[in-house]
Write a protein that binds this ligand. Structure first.
Ligand code: SF4
Ligand code: SF4
Length: 157
């Protein structure tokens, strides 16, 4: 599988600066979520029975709220009739702006592994563990519309 076999999660962690070798947590999150989204995208591209079946308007709302609160990014709704952040080429939010979506993989959620592919599963777990060492993707639930997050989110109306 392209893009992941030669590097560990550590290779994604950019140093804070030339003089401070500690990983910059925000740059690390951007890289780690991107790597995990790319990793699961291969799954979705080859094994998805119903594309975007995992998407839900509430997850878009959570992403909108999270992006604004944590990253200062205003995600503009696309006009899609059901999913505010779904555009013609897929989701418009960068992976770090939609943590719970980025870490979701059907096989992991349903089975806890990709059957017959221990290396894929190990890589998934490595990237998720590196993310969770910095933040909990589930913190995004605070912006769930039913959980009272809509007042925090810049909702699309
Ligand atoms: S996460 Fe599951 S339902 Fe969603 S696109 Fe991927 S394979 Fe399909
Ligand atoms: S934020 Fe993106 S990936 Fe998540 S549910 Fe909405 S369209 Fe789907």
């Amino acid at each position: 599988m392209p893009g992941w076999d030669a590097t560990g999660a550590d290779a994604i962690l950019a140093p804070m600066s030339e003089t401070d070798p500690r990983p910059d947590p925000r740059l690390a999150l951007i890289g780690l979520y991107r790597a995990l989204a790319d990793h699961t995208a291969v799954e979705c591209a080859t094994g998805c029975k119903v594309p975007f079946n995992c998407c839900h308007p509430a997850y878009c709302q959570m992403a909108i709220g999270w992006a604004q609160a944590k990253w200062g990014v205003a995600l503009e709704p696309t006009g899609h009739p059901r999913l505010p952040l779904l555009g013609p080429q897929g989701c418009i939010a960068q992976p770090h702006l939609r943590p719970m979506c980025s870490v979701h993989a059907c096989c992991m959620a349903e089975l806890g592994e990709k059957p017959g592919h221990p290396e894929w599963t190990a890589r998934y777990k490595e990237l998720l563990a590196a993310i969770e060492a910095i933040e909990n993707p589930k913190d995004q639930v605070a912006f769930h519309p039913v959980a009272g997050g809509l007042d925090k989110a810049k909702g699309p109306g």
